[in-house]
Design a protein around this ligand. Sequence first.
Ligand code: HEC
Length: 159
Amino acid sequence: MRRVAILLLLALAGCKNMVQQPRYDEYEASPLYPARMAMQHPPEGTVAQDLPQQIAAAQRPPLTRALVERGRERFGIYCTPCHAYDGSGDGVVPARGFPHPPDLRSARLRQAPLSHVYDVITNGYGVMYSYADRVAPPDRWAIAAYTRVLQQAQPESQP
Ligand code: HEC
């Protein structure tokens, strides 16, 4: 019995060590480095991993009929399962229990810039996951443009 108690004590002591591990927070001072800061500058020549994404986001295609038609097609493939063809959010996936998306025709989303839709597709939003690996950057702008068509072709949804 005493052996068990000693083992338990040792095991618990181990747990405590795991909980209290020394680490630095951002912007904390550190005597370890010449600049005396925990945070270090990235090495010379470092390229941000999301640089290609940033460049792609800045290359917004011109708003043409072809772009909007492409957007309608892509919206139909990737977004309608949840957002529905009219943007109401009454898609088949929410009908089966997934959280109901907001109505894309709401006053708030009418006022949001197209870059908001682009960002939502790129990074996801709340429970909606990212579509960055399925929808290429020019198509994100195309879909964003098409959401404007959905908004302008229909009355504003009431909250
Ligand atoms: C699997 C279901 C699903 C799919 C597919 C989906 N969404 Fe969503 N979307 C959601 C849900 C749920 C929310 C609300 C998320 C939250 O607030 O947590 C949302 C939110 C949004 C919003 C609103 C963000 C805000 O400011 O409130 C936009 C815009 C949007 N989605 C665009 C799209 C576009 C464009 C596509 C297609 C590329 C798409 N979604 C595909 C479920 C989905």
